[in-house]
Design a protein around this ligand. Structure first.
Ligand code: UT7
Length: 367
């Protein structure tokens, strides 16, 4: 059975920054409250022409560059997102088209902020089963579009961005070691976007009621999060046959510094073993774990051979963790520049659309 290694990684974050002081100009809040209660100082917000697909594609191309893999070698794209561009098509398909991954299957995974952890596990299972050799996992968000900028309980928390991993098959032991995936739908009302799906389709009344925005019971989610972060970390470490002492880094979902501190206390680990960057990004939902992991890999904290646990929680309710031995690019003679494939991808996409149009003209209503 092949092992599933993380061989490439990348992020893409919008340039525009919204500070706590900026927020204090639009809602009744202040920098001190936000910093003390959440740890967040600023977050990045997408411009009008930035979407989960464009941020996700940018992160994906960077990840492919690190892994030295061409877009055409990707077998499967899983996009975890809490802010999909449409109910369908999947944002993963838009990313597939943008990067020109012409041999890849693509689907979205909806598990709120736990989505990236679930997706890494499913990518690893696809590789271990032999059905895929190379899988791209993307966490991509523009949650700012679903934030009620009049609700100080939620608008201070979220930010936009994307992160991506490339997972590849190899006979060498390592890579994804174990995983835990859990859910509790009895808490589905605690964190949700109530309308816009088939339960409450968009209507004048749902818009007036603000039901297309994020609704959250912050205190309940906080209590739930502090419970499951430590327990699922313990569980996944045990399942991997390791001990906590043998794990170099915990990469937690970046929601609130107090939740991470509670997890550290629960695990009796110092905060120095946790990768934390939420002060600069806020909660980027599915993108928060890859953005934190990629920063730590880029600045040399996470090194090949390190064992790390990525652990998350979110709406659903969902929670989960993966234990990984960090790998890095597999040995290769060639140097692939996936960014170059972006133009080829655009041309291919254009030609496909033209061919479809011509077919329509030729066959008309006969089909
Ligand atoms: O990916 C998962 C996403 N969700 C989460 O991770 C959310 C988890 N929950 C939390 O992070 C915290 O519950 C919050 C940051 C949302 C809130 O912090 P808290 O310490 O639980 O505050 P609270 O809701 O208990 O509110 C305390 C007080 C309240 O005032 P009163 O009723 O005590 O007078 C709030 O009205 O703070 C007030 N408050 C604020 N004050 C200034 C709530 N939000 C704000 C604000 N600025 N932005």
């Amino acid at each position: 059975m092949p092992f599933a290694h993380i061989t490439g990684w990348g992020v893409s974050v919008p340039e525009a920054v919204l500070t706590n002081d900026d927020l204090a100009k639009i809602v009744d809040t202040n920098d001190q409250w936000i910093r003390e209660r959440t740890g967040i100082r600023e977050r990045h917000i997408a411009r009008e022409n930035q979407f989960p697909s464009t941020l996700g594609a940018e992160a994906a191309l960077k990840a492919l560059e690190v892994a030295n893999v061409k877009p055409s070698e990707v077998d499967l794209i899983i996009c975890a997102t809490s802010s999909p561009e449409h109910i369908f098509p999947a944002t993963a398909c838009l990313i597939q088209d943008l990067i020109g991954a012409d041999k890849a299957g693509a689907f979205d995974l909806s598990a709120a902020c736990t989505g990236f952890v679930y997706a890494v596990n499913l990518a690893a299972q696809a590789i271990k089963s032999g059905s895929s050799k190379t899988v791209l996992v993307v966490g991509a968000e523009t949650l700012s579009r679903f934030v009620n900028w009049k609700d100080r309980n939620t608008c201070i928390l979220f930010g936009d961005g994307a992160g991506a991993f490339v997972l590849q098959a190899s006979d060498k032991p390592g890579g994804v070691l174990s995983s835990v995936m859990r859910s509790d739908g009895s808490g589905s009302d605690l964190l949700s976007i109530p309308a816009g799906g088939s339960h409450q389709p968009a209507a004048e009344a749902t818009i007036h009621a603000g039901s297309h925005f994020i609704h959250m019971d912050g205190r309940e989610v906080f209590r739930f999060a502090t419970r499951v972060m430590a327990s699922s970390t313990r569980e996944v470490v045990e399942a991997s046959g390791l001990t906590l002492e043998q794990v170099q880094w915990i990469v937690p979902h970046q929601a609130n510094i107090r939740i991470i501190e509670a997890a550290a206390r629960g695990l009796k680990l110092p905060m120095e073993r946790f990768i934390v960057n939420l002060e600069r990004y806020g909660n980027t939902s599915t993108a928060s774990i890859p953005i934190a992991a990629v920063e730590a890999a880029a600045d040399g904290r996470i090194k090949p051979g390190d064992r790390i646990v990525m652990v998350g929680f979110g709406g659903g309710l969902t929670w989960g963790a993966v234990a990984v031995e960090w790998t890095g690019p597999l040995p290769s003679e060639r140097k692939v520049r996936p960014q170059r494939y972006r133009t080829l991808g655009r041309i291919r996409s254009f030609l496909r659309r033209m061919a479809r149009m011509l077919e329509g003209l030729i066959w008309g209503s006969k089909a």
